[in-house]
Design a protein around this ligand. Structure first.
Ligand SMILES: [Mg+2]
Length: 180
């Protein structure tokens, strides 16, 4: 398992903010980008309602304020209906992601390991296409910020709730896992 190096753990968002801001302030719009997950990161995953997650929205605004390029990498399956629906939801919270800024999961990938590889590969793809480096990737699951192993994932999940966890990744800069 590649869980990367944990650098900070906090029980609330406020004590985590200075660490995240230090990372964002170290980036530049010409050289770096930020990646955000959607469900339980920007939007509460609840059918029928568009409710935002304050922690994810705070990171989004902090990144946009610094003119950092923001990409959305979601595990929502990539189908035409899903993509239209997802765009509408993102637009409702002020995110107008261009096609090349929205990554949706190939439907045949459906294990935690597979999803973590898809998310990591998406960050690789952004780096290759843009020539920029990933500064920070944010999500509510380990698979958002790291490569996870299917067998250990269930055990891991029991220990991941209630904390904000900041990691230094082997590639792709830093990862921020939101509490759940
Ligand atoms: Mg999520």
């Amino acid at each position: 398992m590649n869980l990367a190096q944990i650098t900070h753990v906090t029980t609330g968002l406020s004590p985590m903010k200075p660490h995240v801001l230090r990372i964002l302030n170290s980036g530049s719009s010409s050289d770096h980008f930020v990646v955000l997950d959607i469900d339980d990161t920007l939007l509460v995953s609840m059918p029928g309602a568009v409710e935002t997650v304050s922690a994810g929205m705070w990171v989004l605004r902090a990144a946009v304020d610094r003119n950092l390029d923001v990409f959305i990498v979601t595990a929502r399956p990539d189908t035409p209906i899903n993509t239209r629906f997802t765009r509408r939801e993102l637009e409702a919270i002020g995110i107008f992601a261009r096609d090349d800024h929205l990554y949706m999961r190939p439907p045949h990938i459906n294990t935690p390991y597979g999803i973590s590889v898809y998310k990591s590969s998406s960050r690789d793809d952004i780096e290759e296409r843009t020539g920029k480096k990933c500064l920070l990737t944010v999500g509510d699951q380990w698979s958002d910020i790291s490569i996870v192993n299917d067998e250990q994932y269930a055990v891991l999940s029991e220990h991941e709730r209630g904390d904000y966890i900041l990691t230094r990744l082997h590639q792709h800069g830093h990862g921020l896992k939101l509490n759940r």
